[in-house]
Design a protein around this ligand. Structure first.
Ligand SMILES: Nc1nc2c(ncn2[C@@H]2O[C@H](COP(=O)(O)OP(=O)(O)O)[C@@H](O)[C@H]2O)c(=O)[nH]1
Ligand SMILES: [Mg+2]
Length: 227
């Protein structure tokens, strides 16, 4: 499915809005990923994020405007109580690590606990290994990330480089499209359930438009992007 990135950052109107939260240890490149996708820029110096910063990324797909609302969180332990609030209502999580620092990969287990405790049960978790252009300093192989994702049932795995831009726009665009397709499927399922229900037994149809319906892995799907 082709797409066109919408340059207008104000993006006052959109057909679908999806919330994405970026988490992971400090210094892995969360803020740089957001800066790259929003402004196509990279900053070499590390400015510690205080609490949470907010951005957005817009896309036109299928004649519809999709907007990703991006919440870039601080990685430090001291900010966790603040950032936890932002897991609520997130459609997806970018769980990030630095491919050149193994400790940031090991710490993913702690971040998974945060997701389990504070995000909704059916949130999509994408594993993102950043700084992929630093091949000579790599400490975590892609294979290891794939195995981790399989073991913990994460949705997908990618490597990116906020520095070169490798895979950044592609990943954000793909996620927006996946969320859009999911919300479309859910709306269609809800609609057909509404149409067929009265013929069944005269009982109330169990699914209301915009409510959950079964999706991948037998889990309940979440509310589609709001309009
Ligand atoms: N080589 C390289 N450095 C990066 C990349 N992404 C971020 N950095 C650097 O890593 C440091 C931390 O980045 P930042 O986005 O502030 O990390 P955050 O704490 O996770 O938000 C900064 O010095 C960035 O310049 C990348 O893809 N490649
Ligand atoms: Mg940051």
């Amino acid at each position: 499915m082709s797409h066109e990135v919408i340059a207008d950052k104000s993006l006052a109107t959109q057909d679908h809005l999806f919330k994405l939260i970026i988490i992971g240890d400090t210094g892995v490149g969360k803020s740089c990923l957001m800066k790259r996708v929003m402004d196509n820029e990279f900053k070499a110096e590390h400015q510690v994020t205080i609490g949470v910063e907010f951005g957005s990324f817009g896309l036109r797909v299928d004649g519809k405007v999709l907007k990703l609302q991006i919440w870039d969180t601080a990685g430090q332990e001291s900010f966790k109580s603040v950032t936890r609030i932002f897991y609520r209502g997130a459609h997806c999580v970018f769980l990030t690590y630095d491919v050149t620092r193994e400790e940031t990969f090991v710490n993913l287990l702690e971040w998974l606990k945060e997701i389990k405790q504070h995000a909704s049960e059916d949130v999509r978790v994408y594993l993102i290994g950043n700084k992929s252009e630093m091949e000579d300093q790599r400490e975590v192989t892609f294979q290891r990330a794939l195995e981790f994702a399989k073991e913990y049932k994460l949705h997908k795995v990618f490597e990116t480089s906020a520095k070169t831009g490798y895979n950044v726009e592609e990943v954000f665009a793909m996620v927006a499209k996946e969320l859009y397709m999911q919300s479309k499927r859910e709306a269609e399922a809800a609609q057909s359930a509404n149409h067929t229900a009265p013929q069944d037994s005269g009982k109330q149809g169990g699914v209301t438009l915009g409510e959950t319906s079964g999706t991948k892995g037998g889990k309940k799907g979440k509310k589609g992007g709001c309009c």
